[in-house]
Design a protein around this ligand. Sequence first.
Ligand code: HEC
Length: 477
Amino acid sequence: MRRLVSVVSFGCALTLMVVRPSAAAGPVPTYTKDVAPIMFAKCVMCHRPGEVAPMSLLTYGEVRPWTKAIAGKVSTREMPPWGADPRYGTFTNDRSLTASEIDTIVAWATGGAPKGSDADLPPAPSFASGWEHGEPDAVIEMLAPFHVPAEGELDNLSFYAPVPFKEDRFGRLVEFRPGNRSVVHHCNASVGDLPEGSTLNASGELILADGTRENGRPDQARQASAERAKFANLLDCVPGRSAFPVPSPEVGFRIPAGKYIRFGLHYQASGKPDTDRSKIGLWFTDRTAVQELHRLGIGQALKQAADQIGYFRVEGVSEIYDPASGRRWEAGWPPLPPFSENYTVLGVTPIVEPITLYGFTPHMHLRGKDMNWILTLPDGRTEMLMNVPKYDFSWQIYYELAQPRKIPAGSTIASVAHYNNTAKNKFNPAPDQPVQWSEQSWDEMYLPFILYTADSEALPTSPTSVTTRQKSKSIQR
Ligand code: HEC
């Protein structure tokens, strides 16, 4: 019964609060014994000094004034942020609360929020002040500090630094370390080639072939997103998670020699002039052969089948991807019409050879409503792999499968997403405008990412990546 209630009322707070019967039954839970362990495990990675959340929840004194807000936010499942429909898939990084954890917090809050005995308090978790995972094997830093003005909105900016290796390397962990956490709002690292004819200035900004600077171009976003499609993502740092370990020791992500790291930075003014010089740390794999971890937006062809096409269908029309003319999918995005409430996009990727699937990241912007991933096996059976019924742009979450999933050749993976461009969508900045494809949050994207390896692939890593390896610490997720 409990199970049914929590499933049916996912995203429907009132039902949840009304039907849950047990809260008042037993003795009132205490902070030290019952609530602190939940906060330590599922809240304080974000709710601590210097992190993204507005207040720290590390001690009873800090938690006490927020009692009512906490009970409210956990009952509605707004906190902790987690978008996966609990009916599909099991994820190692699932930080959502169980129904009984919610009961405990609500019973504690409504029972007067007692502190309890100090002896019951478990030790608070400790957090690294430097690199989360110890010293990296290699560090790549922005070429120069960036000066963040005291006030005003800044576009998403890009800075580039050359990859300092002579041969391709394979990484098992990458961590993004903002130089100044108080101004870095979102960050991302990717690797790829500079556009034809372009150069870098001393600050690591791109000077395009026509002499203009990429940062600050009026059409920067659209221009850059076409070029940037050639950049392979290494990680998106999201609140509470700025490191990305590979899902298995057999797997590595490629850092190609002769390319460039792109630091994608969204700065937020802090009220005083500030500087930031961010860096990434890399830890190399110690295997002599690895499978390369690939990231792909559903709808595009598997990287192993570049001659094949993926498939897109927008509002029932399937003319988006035209391999004959080489027309790109981004370029083909028909503007999302003003006031459209349920704009539907479908992408399909044929699985032309056996792959292993590790996880999902939904990526849309402010009009994104929902996104799912559906597997169709060669015999026609279908299965929902993953569903995000209420997408929230604030949380770019990677959902990591607890069990990597083998997918046989001859299957397809499809993804359906819906967009709401009306005023009913409270995040919508302009419901009366058509919305085009770009990286800016007021424009839109459709990227149902998967992470996978191709089962037939086994790549020799560079011998130097073994000799330069300094650490073999186990990696905490
Ligand atoms: C991934 C990071 C993250 C995690 C994990 C997280 N929070 Fe939050 N929390 C935030 C951020 C950021 C905000 C402010 C923005 C917002 O409200 O969405 C917030 C807001 C809140 C608020 C509202 C504060 C206000 O000003 O009204 C409460 C209450 C809260 N969190 C409680 C919790 C509790 C309790 C947990 C654990 C059960 C938790 N959060 C887990 C990031 C997080």
